[in-house]
Design a protein around this ligand. Structure first.
Ligand code: GLC
Length: 614
């Protein structure tokens, strides 16, 4: 009894802390006090259902604050089936992930989703059921528990913008049930859809043109921003918001540590606008943050905001009224590959300066590659001043990464080439983009050496940034593009599957051979990860800035903390360079362990230095 009263008190205190603001925002958006009361009741319900062990973890994390910002954090994202067949398989493979130094696993979408109409699992038919071939909800909760015992956290997607057309709500809506139709956007005649089309851009111009889908069986148009089988939810309806929050809490209660809110900028629609990043989206995310802090404060909201730079940071909210805990560092990722293709670090430096000037509480998830394409969302204002105009530059990047320009070693494919604008995005694995695939094909050892170096240098650059580095499963063994998706009619139209191949366990066998590509990449990453974990300069509260250096292909980052200083220097060219330290001093090369007094250092092509000055 005492325990229950204590728990009630904790809940009451957390609710009291946020109640007024939450109510204010809810009433402003929905003006429905009954539905707000229901939401509060359900928050208590999910709090009561939350396992004791998770509540203990919540309390610990609440007290500590920013648990996800530790410098030893290392994530890996993976498809359950590609990596280990099913959830049970993932459980068995935890020792391998520990060997990779990974302590945060992002399991790509695994909820019930119709085969062949799933958008890689991003068309959810049931938010409370795991796809049967992958396992059960019970197994997910068990995996979370086993991970927690090992200090590993789990991340999953919460696809909140839309449901699958096979979701119970969609099925009922399609039968003409008005209550359910109001959870989506239905129109009996084309006039409003046509109005929307005037201002709403297209996400998949080639694979799913248009933003609406006509349903002949009921004679209605339904809003489908992504694929025709992904129906956009109508968050103007408080029933949608409430129910989706209950789904969110249900999933959090399975032991998830990080909830990735998929495609969040899209969740509020308004005629006459581009239907992206509306202010109501921020209201909803802020409410979600408070709901999380009341029921399950240990969890982290990771926002998927793949937008131009000025649209991204607002999703952190403010330090006083935070929204997402963490966001993808998407612009830095795209700018990194731009730098590989141009050998010109100016844009990347500018981007780093912007990120470094943000409050240190803002945490980014850094990555080189993920399951999606690379959209070339770069700062074209700056680029055009340097002579790189948007349309030809995108074309250059796409040509370069397909290996079609002089000197390029990259391999990969275009994605969603827009027949009207000629715009296209790009797909390929890190290793293929660095030249591992082409060097392997040509059996050219010298090229392979460079490719491995480039791959490690880019990872070192990712580890140098503050935030959580997230590896893409397979990158730790230099896995190259997988062209087999072309044989599967469901996948063939979507070139993102080129980098969503099955994990090659036979390549893992080779990591013990230190001369093999796999061995060099795996042990190279291992060394970097251990340095990052050990050295204080990688702490999240370090002061980070770039150094103006006379050579355009050299990116120089300084990290300072507690009297220590790291000089991280990256050579984005194939040429050997002598780099000049700011002054003659004693530096420790963190990678080789060498300590010496020096004012200059040698840097081979596509190599990097981590020099610490004490
Ligand atoms: C996100 C996912 C992407 C998916 C889209 C629609 O952008 O990362 O893979 O296609 O959302 O859910």
């Amino acid at each position: 009894m005492a325990g229950k009263t204590g728990a009630d008190k904790i809940f009451a205190e957390r609710l009291a802390k946020h109640h007024d603001e939450l109510r204010w925002l809810y009433m402003e958006l929905y003006g429905n006090a009954d539905m707000f009361a229901e939401l509060c009741g359900q928050m208590k319900h999910y709090y009561d259902l939350r396992k004791k062990s998770l509540k203990v973890l919540d309390a610990k994390r609440e007290k500590k604050g920013g648990w996800y910002r530790e410098r030893d954090m290392l994530g890996m994202m993976m498809y359950i089936d590609n990596f280990a067949g099913n959830l049970e398989g993932v459980l068995k493979k935890l020792p391998y992930l520990e060997k990779c130094n990974v302590n945060c696993i992002h399991l790509m979408p695994f909820l019930e989703s119709p085969k062949g109409r799933s958008d890689g699992g991003y068309a959810v038919a049931d938010f409370r059921r795991v796809r049967p071939e992958l396992g059960t909800m019970g197994e997910l909760a068990e995996l979370a528990e086993k991970c927690h015992e090992k200090g590993i956290s789990l991340c999953m997607d919460f696809v909140m913008n839309h449901t699958s057309e096979e979701h119970e709500w969609a099925v009922k809506a399609r039968q003409g049930d008005g209550e359910y139709m109001s959870r989506y956007f239905f129109y009996a005649d084309p006039s409003i859809p046509l109005e929307y089309e005037k201002t709403v851009p297209q996400v998949f111009p080639a694979t799913a043109p248009g933003n609406f889908t006509y349903l002949p069986d009921i004679g209605h148009y339904v809003l489908t921003t992504f694929y025709p089988y992904q129906w956009d939810l109508n968050y103007r309806n408080p029933r949608v918001f409430n129910e989706m929050m209950y789904n969110f809490l249900y999933l959090a209660n399975q032991g998830m540590d990080i909830i990735r809110i998929d495609a969040v900028p899209y969740i509020w629609k308004e005629l006459g606008t581009d239907c992206r990043n509306r202010k109501q989206v921020h209201t909803i995310v802020r409410m979600m943050r408070m709901i999380g802090e009341i029921v399950c404060p240990g969890i982290v909201l990771l926002g998927e905001v793949v937008m131009e730079p000025e649209k991204v940071a607002p999703y952190f909210g403010t330090v006083e009224k935070p929204e997402c805990h963490m966001l993808y560092n998407v612009t830095t990722m795209a700018a990194t590959w731009h730098t590989v293709a141009t050998g010109d670090v100016r844009l990347l430096r500018k981007q780093m300066d912007i990120v470094c000037s943000l409050p240190k509480e803002y945490t980014f998830l850094n990555y080189l590659r993920c399951h999606d394409d690379i959209g070339w969302g770069l700062d074209y204002g700056a680029l055009s001043e340097w002579g790189m105009k948007e349309v030809p530059h995108k074309k250059y990047l796409n040509d370069y990464f397909r290996g079609r320009t002089e000197g390029s070693v990259s391999r990969g494919e275009l994605y969603n080439e827009d027949p009207v604008t000629g715009d296209a995005r790009f797909c390929g694995t890190t290793a293929s983009m660095c030249g591992v695939e082409s060097a392997g094909f040509e059996q050219d050892d010298a090229k392979m050496d460079l490719a491995v170096k480039k791959d490690l240098m880019l990872h070192a650059y990712m580890f140098t940034q503050s935030g959580i580095p997230m590896l893409y499963s397979g990158d730790e063994i230099g896995q190259v593009n997988d062209y087999s998706y072309k044989d599967d009619p469901d996948k063939a139209p979507d070139s993102r599957y080129i980098h969503r191949g099955r994990f090659c366990w036979d390549l893992v066998e080779r990591i013990r051979d230190k001369k093999s590509v796999q061995g060099r990449i795996f042990s190279g990453l291992d060394a970097l990860e251990k340095i990052r974990e050990r050295e204080a300069v990688f702490q999240a509260d370090a002061q980070v800035y770039t150094r103006d250096y006379s050579d355009r292909s050299i990116l120089w980052i300084v990290r300072r903390v507690q009297g220590e200083e790291l000089h991280a220097v990256f050579n984005f060219s194939g040429k050997e360079k002598t780099v000049w330290m700011p002054e003659k001093a004693v530096y420790t090369n963190l990678v080789t362990g060498g300590v010496r007094e020096t004012e200059a250092a040698e840097l081979s092509g596509w190599d990097f230095l981590w020099m610490k000055r004490a």
